[in-house]
Write a new protein. Structure first.
Length: 134
């Protein structure tokens, strides 16, 4: 369904419509659910680079990127992104709860000092830093 929506936006010439961000996000989460983290990474990056995305959509895309990093065993980088999402005022409640669970899992898998250093770095990160890095 998401793929059909993307194709429809492209066909009718509205490929830059703000609603397309929701399509990229939906396809990204679907790709993760289907075990395709590289495809998800591409889709979350598209969402982050889209014009007209909302702050809530930005947090959703960053959380998706953080989850992809977890799956890639890039746990330290994942912590930084997920901490930013966990503490941002525009993060949806359900996403905040999911991110908190992922952070608990990561805390168990990293040495305590490393985890705490990455949490501190995540608190110091800004949206501009994260978006520029992606």
């Amino acid at each position: 369904l998401f793929e059909e929506a993307r194709e429809a936006f492209t066909t009718v010439g509205t490929a830059h419509h703000p609603s397309l961000v929701a399509v990229w996000l939906g396809l990204g989460w679907t790709a993760l659910a289907q075990g395709e983290p590289e495809e998800a990474r591409v889709l979350f990056r598209k969402a982050l680079s889209a014009h007209g995305r909302t702050a809530v959509e930005t947090m959703d895309a960053i959380a998706g990127m953080g989850h992809v990093l977890m799956l890639d065993d890039r746990r330290e980088e994942a912590v930084e992104l997920l901490v930013l999402v966990a503490h941002h005022r525009f993060t949806a409640h359900a996403l905040r709860r999911q991110v908190a669970q992922w952070l608990q899992d990561l805390e168990q898998k990293l040495p305590p000092q490393t985890y705490q250093e990455r949490v501190t770095a995540g608190h110091q990160s800004t949206l501009d830093d994260v978006i520029a890095a992606e």
